[in-house]
Ligand binder design. Sequence first.
Ligand SMILES: Cc1ncc(COP(=O)(O)O)c(C=O)c1O
Length: 403
Amino acid sequence: MSSGTLDSLWLDSLAAATRTMRSSAIRDLLKLTEQPHMISFAGGLPAPQCFPSEELAAASERVLVNQPLAALQYGPTEGYAPLREFLAARMAGQGVPVPSAQLIVTSGSQQALDLLGKLLIDEGAPVLVEEPTYLGALQAWRPYRPQFIGLPMDEQGLRTDALEQQLQRGPRPRFLYTVSSFQNPTGVTMSRARREELIALAARYGLPIIEDDPYGELRYSGERPPTLAALDIAVHGELRHVVYLSTFSKTLAPGLRVGWAALPEALTTRFVQAKQGMDLHTSSLGQAIAYEVSRDGLLDRHTPSIIATYRERRDTMLEALAAQMPAGVRWTRPEGGMFLWLTLPEGCDGAELLARAVEQQVAFVPGATFFANGGSENTARLNFSYPSVERIREGIARLARAL
Ligand SMILES: Cc1ncc(COP(=O)(O)O)c(C=O)c1O
C-alpha cells in the first residue's frame, strides 16, 4: 500500500500526457464574466435568440413519434445514412462532390479534431498551425504531444510564402491545420489566391491539410471564395490533400453536437475505427433531429436571419471601435463569423488589460492564449455574436476606458 494521501491515489496514476494540460489565471478572471453586469466579449457562443427552437421542438416530436428506432437505438459509427446523403448533396452543391461513404458524422467538429490528432500525431511530430489558431484544436492535440510550428498570417490569411520556406526546411509535417474562413480567433478569411497557392504547395510537397470550416455559411459581406476542399477536388478530381470539417453548431445549435468530416478515401476507415473506440457513434437523436429539420429546408430558411443579426452586431462593434479606441489600436474587419481581433500598441499586455477591463465590467480573451508557442501579448479576441447591440456599444466604451 502506498503511504500517499488520498489525492495522490489518482494523481500518481495520471498519464504523462496530462502534464501538458493546465488551466490559467485568465480562466479565473473569465469566471467573473458570468456576473450579470459584466459585458462579455470573451465567450464564443451563438446568440440564443438565433436558435430555431420551435422548429427543433417540432422535429424532435416528429422523429420520436414516427421514427423511434432511428432516434433512440444504437446506430452505425459512420452516422445516420439519410443525414450523410443529405450532407453529401449539400456539399456537392457547394462545389465539393464527395461520396457519402467519405462523409462521417461526428459529435461536433471538436471530436473530429481529437480523432485526427489520435490518427496523425506521434510524440514530437511536427504539426503546422496558423498563428494565432483555434484554442480547442491546441487543447485537443496537446495530449498527443506534437511539436507545434506556428505560421504567420496577414489580412489575406495564412502566409503561403512562410509555409513554403518551412516545407523546404523540413522536416515533413504530419499536417497543416487552417480555419480558412472567418478564423477563430482573428476573423480573417484566406483569400482565393492564397487558397490556390496552398493547394499547389500541398501537391508539390505532399502536405495533408485539415480545413476547419464551422463559420463558412455565416458571411455578412464580400464574396465567398471556394473552400480548400473544393479546390483540391477541382485540381485532383477527388478529395486528396484536404480533410474538411464543418458543423451544425453555428447554423442550428451547438447543443445538438452534430458535425461532419469529409475525408480522403484513404483515411476514412481509420477515422471510423478511431471513432468507434471513442463514442460508438454520434447521438442518434441529435442526428435524426438535424436531418429532419435539414430535409425540410430549414438551413436555407433560417441562416439569413442569423446573418442579419450577426451582421448588425459586427457593424455595431466596428463603429464603436472606430469611435472609441485610442490611437495605436488596430483591429480586423471580418466579413463573417463571430470574432474580431484587436492589436494593442507594442508593449501593452492583453492579460493586464483584462484585469483592468474586468474592474470596468467588460471582458475579452487575451490573444496570447491562441498562440501555440506563446507570444503576441498585445492582442485580444472580441466576440460580437453573443452580446446585444446596446451591450456591444456600452462594452466597447468600457474597454476604451480600461485602455
Ligand atoms: C474553429 C472551430 N473549430 C471547431 C469548433 C468546435 O465546434 P463544434 O461545436 O462543432 O464541436 C469551434 C467552436 O467554436 C471552432 O471555432
